[in-house]
Design a protein around this ligand. Structure first.
Ligand code: NAD
Ligand code: UDX
Length: 464
């Protein structure tokens, strides 16, 4: 296998788009084509106006502007791109199964299987197939089975190359990753395939940061990394509840333990609960895999991370209700933030959705402002829970384009996302226009509590 000249990536989502844009920007000699079945998404990636890209990430527009049309292409012609490429990344979604065996836990691999079948049907030359999606350990075995049994007799190498980028910092993470992980098969040609992918990354990443392992270690490392990260958030959130009972301050506790170099200071921010498309899905998947091997204690151990996270979201909502004299019926509750974290327009599994759902049960009127999330997405998110009919959801949630309007006449404000701009608002103006007493529930420990209290707000944060 010589140098890679053509790369195809199936899946133009939050991972495929930014990841391949960076490869194209850093490897001008490689033609990178990103394909997707979703024509609207591809059209948005091709939009002249970079503000209309389907994924919002700081710095992404610049990278796309540099490479698009030169060696970066977005297309719906999946077969053509597969045919032309020597290396094919599979970066499609792998959501939690919502039906059948493993419902609510196992990863749904139907999109992965479809990709494998399509690659097998189309390929006329040898291919390196790279798992970029997050997959259960031993998925490469299933992909190999499909490729070998339905293909045209060409040779395939399967690599696992999980993605560790975090949304909101995707470009930063891709340009200077802590490590790149590449897992390969031990059979003939496996080493060469790994080397071909190492060569691609070595265009901008120091070789000592490119780690090669066997394919199973690589697949499992991705699930493990997310489980460890999420576990840290659930651990500090568990301590936050104890802080609230004992007058300890969770930020001080986090700082104190984080200075221990064995613990480290990152990922110790107490919050309303973690969201995002990965943590919950990947832990549930890990739990499911452990159970299928009969490892019940292992499964229970990791499941606790999710149980704690659900509790954290629920107790944030119930604290709002309790504090507002046990009723929010007919009261305006302003949400600042809907995205699952700052600097992204992604809302998947965002804590805001679950807090909204709990407050809607109590007949609250929710007023939302988020700098990047579109109104239709918010309605979609709440409807997706299927807890009440769409009309009722719509009546309960009003979306505002201006934060001051969202907060006007509100009984309480809840901070659900840590957008930097919230810190800069004119909080005196917000206070003056609210119902009194004016409550702020800071689910991100973002705002200056002392300042807000001196203005007159009743201020509550997490873990204080
Ligand atoms: P996404 O839903 O944003 O994008 C997936 C895309 O794949 C969609 O646009 C969909 O239309 C397309 N697709 C599905 N099946 C297809 C097919 N057969 N042919 C062509 N296109 C198809 O998902 P994402 O957030 O980019 O995640 C992709 C994978 O990466 C998942 O396995 C996820 O766990 C993993 N991952 C995500 C992140 C993250 O931050 N979002 C980080 C690391 C890893
Ligand atoms: C995560 C992993 O970090 C990344 O490596 C992987 O590739 C995909 O999953 P992502 O979900 O995009 O990335 O964002 P992340 O920064 O990990 O945050 C996840 C959630 O945890 C967010 O809701 C965030 O607000 C929350 N969080 C994070 C906390 O509540 N406290 C923290 O200290 C850190």
């Amino acid at each position: 296998m010589g140098k890679i000249k053509n790369i195809c990536c199936i899946g133009a989502g939050y991972v495929g788009g930014p990841t391949m844009a960076v490869i194209a920007a850093k490897c001008p000699d490689i033609k990178v084509t990103i394909v997707d079945l979703n024509a609207a998404r591809i059209a948005a990636w091709n939009d002249e106006n970079l503000e209309n890209l389907p994924v919002y990430e700081p710095g992404l527009d610049k990278i796309v502007a540099e490479a698009r049309g030169r060696n970066l292409f977005f297309s719906t012609e999946v077969d053509k791109a597969i045919d032309e490429a020597e290396m094919i990344f599979i970066s499609v979604n792998t959501p939690t199964k919502t039906y059948g065996l493993g419902k609510g836990k196992a990863a749904d691999l139907k999109f992965i299987e479809l990709c494998a079948r399509q690659i097998a049907a189309v390929s006329k030359t040898d291919k390196i197939v790279v798992e970029k999606s997050t997959l259960p350990v031993r998925t490469a075995e299933a992909i190999r089975d499909i490729l070998d049994n339905t293909g045209n007799g060409v040779n395939y190498q399967i690599l696992s190359n999980p993605e560790f980028l975090a949304e909101g910092t995707a470009i930063e993470d891709l340009l200077a990753p802590d490590r790149v992980l590449i897992g390969g098969e031990t059979k003939e040609g496996g080493k060469e395939a790994m080397e071909a992918l190492v060569e691609v990354y070595a265009n901008w990443i120091p070789r000592e940061r490119i780690l090669t392992t066997n394919v199973w270690s690589s697949e499992l490392s991705k699930l493990t990394a997310n489980a460890f990260l999420a576990q840290r958030v659930s651990s500090i959130n568990a301590i936050s509840e104890l802080c609230e009972k004992t007058e300890a301050n969770v930020s001080e506790v986090a700082r104190a333990i984080g200075m221990d170099s064995r613990i480290g200071s990152k990922f110790l921010k107490a919050s309303v609960g973690f969201g995002g498309s990965c943590f919950q899905k990947d832990i549930l998947n890990l739990v499911y895999i452990a159970k299928t091997y009969g490892l019940n204690e292992v499964a229970d151990y990791w499941e606790q991370v999710i149980i704690m996270n659900d509790h954290q979201k629920r107790r944030f909502a119930s604290n709002i209700i309790k504090t507002l004299y046990n009723t929010v019926s007919g009261k305006k509750i302003a949400f600042l933030g809907w995205a699952f974290k700052k600097d992204t327009n992604d809302t998947r599994e965002s804590a805001a959705i679950y807090v909204a759902d709990d407050l809607l049960f109590e007949q609250a009127n929710i007023a939302v402002f988020d700098p990047k999330v579109e109104e239709k997405q918010m309605h979609y998110d709440v409807n997706y829970l299927n807890t009440r009919d769409k009309e009722e959801n719509k009546k309960g949630i009003t979306v505002f384009a201006d934060p001051y309007e969202a907060c006007k006449d509100a009984h309480a404000i809840a901070i659900l996302t840590e957008w930097d701009e919230f810190k800069e608002y004119d909080w005196q103006r917000i206070y003056d226009n609210m119902k009194k007493p004016a409550f702020v529930f800071d689910g991100r420990n973002l705002l200056d509590g002392e300042k807000l209290t001196s203005i007159g707000f009743v201020f509550q944060a997490i873990g204080r």
